[in-house]
Design a protein around this ligand. Structure first.
Ligand SMILES: C[S@@+](CC[C@H](N)C(=O)[O-])C[C@H]1O[C@@H](n2cnc3c(N)ncnc32)[C@H](O)[C@@H]1O
Ligand SMILES: CC(C)=CCC/C(C)=C/COP(=O)(O)OP(=O)(O)O
Ligand SMILES: [Mg+2]
Length: 298
């Protein structure tokens, strides 16, 4: 892409300025605006717990002992901390599947949001982590957090289309999408991951997908698509697009039962957004599944 023709100047939180490439399509422009404007309390209040800001959901059992008495004055604060713990547990679970990563390796987070998973990956492996997002606000936020933590030489977010990244062929030891595949064509996406991963490298995604056994996307899945302006794929599409792009699944793990406690807890909180019912009903009727897929680049 010729940045001199298609870029616009953008002020960052640091007071510096960066050049933001023009979106590759009108849809990508809409998604960039969506995430530039996003400021839902459920994401900011949870991130404020420990400075790891996520835009994904949680897995694992609720620790009822940690929540304590629902009538106690500090219950809501404990509930927010518990939701955040489950979201961070989801990111840890994704990182568990990246394989053996050394300090000299580079990891790529495709659709990095505010960068919570990138920070966790660096803290675990000591390696470089490169993230891309369509949103200049998110990239600034992630870079500001990396600066505050003193890890800006290892963790960097840029405004960039994940289908057309600046990374060298074979540069990444591992790469992932954490709830960011539903914004792109999967064949285009896996072709790019396959390009940037070295042979033997690992790709991991955690995502929501519709269940082919349901026939077509249920009304709940359509509601989630409308809510987030995304296009959820079927499980079948993931496996087909990976097979077509030299990505061989090593693990396909159904996390649906593991994410339901998060949703049921979230539905009782003051931070509900209105989408909780669609997730809970579609997970329960089997039309929608929360999965992790880990694949080897062969
Ligand atoms: C639901 S958020 C997930 C953020 C992050 N992975 C996390 O777990 O917190 C979706 C992210 O995908 C990004 N995204 C969507 N389409 C993209 C594209 N074509 N290129 C780069 N990023 C994209 C959005 O900008 C946003 O950061
Ligand atoms: C599993 C699926 C289908 C995910 C769609 C992508 C998405 C919007 C994830 C959560 O983002 P968020 O953390 O900003 O959402 P919320 O505000 O609901 O917490
Ligand atoms: Mg969230």
């Amino acid at each position: 892409m010729d940045l001199s023709v298609t870029s616009t100047e953008f002020s960052t939180m640091n007071g510096t300025s960066a050049f933001v490439p023009a979106p590759a399509s009108p849809y990508q422009g809409e998604i960039a605006r969506y995430w530039d404007q996003e400021a839902r309390p459920v994401n900011l209040r949870l991130g404020d717990v420990d400075g790891l800001y996520h835009h994904h959901y949680g897995i694992g059992d609720v620790d009822h002992a940690a929540l304590g008495d629902a009538d106690a004055g500090d219950y809501e604060k404990k509930l927010i901390a518990e939701l955040h713990r489950l979201e961070s547990a989801q990111a840890e679970y994704l990182l568990d599947h990246l394989g053996s990563i050394g300090r000299d390796d580079t990891l790529v987070d495709a659709g990095c949001g505010r960068g919570g998973s990138m920070v966790m990956a660096h803290q675990r492996f000591g390696c470089k982590v490169e993230g891309v997002t369509l949103s200049a606000k998110q990239a600034d936020f992630a870079n500001q957090r990396a600066h505050e933590l003193g890890i800006e030489d290892h963790v960097r977010a840029r405004v960039c289309n994940m289908l057309d990244t600046p990374f060298r062929t074979g540069q990444a030891a591992a790469s992932w999408n954490n709830e960011s595949t539903m914004y792109v064509d999967l064949h285009d996406l896996f072709a790019e991951h396959s390009r940037i991963l070295g042979v033997g490298g690992r790709y991991v995604t955690i995502t929501g997908c519709w269940n082919p056994r349901h026939g077509q996307p249920s009304k709940w899945v359509s509601q989630i698509n409308a809510h987030f302006e995304c296009n959820i794929h079927s499980r079948r599409e993931y496996l087909r697009a990976m097979a077509d792009n030299r990505l061989v699944p090593q693990a396909v793990i159904d996390l649906t039962a593991a994410t339901l406690p998060y949703w049921e807890l979230r539905a009782t909180s003051s931070l509900v957004t209105g989408i909780e019912e669609a997730f809970i009903n579609s997970y329960k009727d089997g039309s929608f599944q929360y999965v992790l897929i880990a694949a080897d680049r062969v």
